[in-house]
Design a protein around this ligand. Structure first.
Ligand code: PHE
Length: 357
């Protein structure tokens, strides 16, 4: 009996896993196990022998069962410790940066522009990107034969047949929103209209889809002086500087009279674009006093009301502010570019909190 005891207790202590323990249990105390067979022998013993052997065998069986249970518990503790060690996870580590999306510079700049003009009392107006020929051209004093139609590199929704003009275009500018806003709200009026516009043009500073923001202020005594002040205030706030060199150039648009184009001083030296220094100028907007025909198309009486309007390239001013030299890259969806030039989603531009930080 001592041999049996030594044999099993040693084997149990050395068992590597639960399967080995189970084998030992079957061998020792299973139905046909060595100890069970010994117990069957009890029946053939004399009562005296049985009284000695019986309790001893029962005690041995108990001892082996508890050794099995103890070893089993030790093995599962060790397995748990090993799992806790290998599956350890530091939940305080920061999120993986490559999974963080960014705000596109065009969205960022649109928010910045909106915040600045909202502070000057301009509300945001909208219009469709697929626009009728009338809103995009006629209502803006650009009749069918006007050369500006050709200059706009317009995308038409279908080819013209005969004398008939196609009824719809991809809007070539945000100016049709001027008409829609006048019709919807009447005078006095103060709105901006940011959005997508389309022209068949492609080089370092032009893409077939780009963004403009239209501005329109109508009241009884609005003048060019108000236009100049608003644009200067805007440019200073947008570029977050006290002084920016602006150049007002006399120009012509069918929908404004008089008209001015506005350039901003910049340098392209070494392939990097810097605003406020250098001898180059980048055109950022067209502007002027709203033409009486345009007011009429918007159902506003030109004898009672007048106003200024401007249309500015959002992508252009984004390039200038954030030193992005090639406009085409804006719409390539290159993740490396987006990570480099993108903005943190939670940094919402406000005048009080800072536009770009
Ligand atoms: N619509 C003009 C353009 O796209 C810009 C403009 C808007 C000019 C309003 C004057 C007034 O070039």
């Amino acid at each position: 009996m001592n041999d049996l005891r030594d044999k099993y207790l040693t084997a149990i202590a050395g068992a590597r896993d639960e399967a080995a323990l189970e084998d030992l249990r079957v061998q020792a105390v299973g139905k046909k196990g060595e100890i069970s067979l010994q117990m069957r022998e009890l029946g053939r013993m004399t009562p005296e022998e049985r009284q000695v052997a019986g309790p001893l065998l029962n005690a041995l069986k108990d001892e082996i069962n508890s050794a099995l249970a103890a070893r089993k518990a030790a093995l599962s503790d060790a397995a748990l410790d090993e799992r806790l060690r290998s599956e350890w996870l530091d939940v305080t580590l920061p999120a993986r940066p490559r999974r963080t999306g960014t705000i596109h510079p065009v969205s960022q700049v649109t928010e910045e522009v909106t915040a600045i003009f909202a502070d000057m009392g301009f509300a945001v107006a909208e219009g469709p990107q697929i626009e009728s020929d009338w809103y995009n051209f006629d209502a803006l004093n650009i009749p069918g034969h006007h050369p500006a139609r050709a200059e706009m590199d317009t995308f038409y929704t279908h080819r013209a047949t005969g004398d008939e003009r196609p009824p719809h275009v991809l809007r070539t500018h945000t100016s049709p929103v001027q008409i829609r806003a006048m019709q919807a709200q009447g005078a006095p009026l103060r709105v901006i209209a940011p959005g997508r516009v389309y022209r068949a043009d492609y080089d370092q500073t032009h893409t077939p889809m780009f963004h403009q923001v239209e501005g329109l202020a109508i009241d009884r005594d609005i003048s060019m002086a108000n236009l100049k002040w608003v644009l200067e205030e805007f440019v200073k706030a947008f570029f977050e500087v006290d002084n920016v060199d602006l150049r007002f150039r006399a120009s012509h648009f069918p929908f404004t009279e008089p008209s001015a184009e506005v350039d901003i001083r910049c340098s392209w030296e070494g392939g990097t674009l810097k605003v406020g220094e250098g001898d180059d100028w980048l055109e950022i907007l067209g502007s002027g006093m709203v033409h009486p025909h345009v007011l009429k198309a918007g159902n506003i009486d030109p004898n009672e009301w007048q106003g200024f309007a401007f249309g500015m390239g959002i992508d252009r001013i984004a390039m200038l502010k954030y030193g992005i030299p090639d406009l085409r890259a804006f719409f390539d969806s290159d993740l490396r570019w987006l990570r480099h030039y993108g903005f943190t989603a939670l940094d919402v531009p406000t005048l009080h909190g800072g536009l770009s930080r």
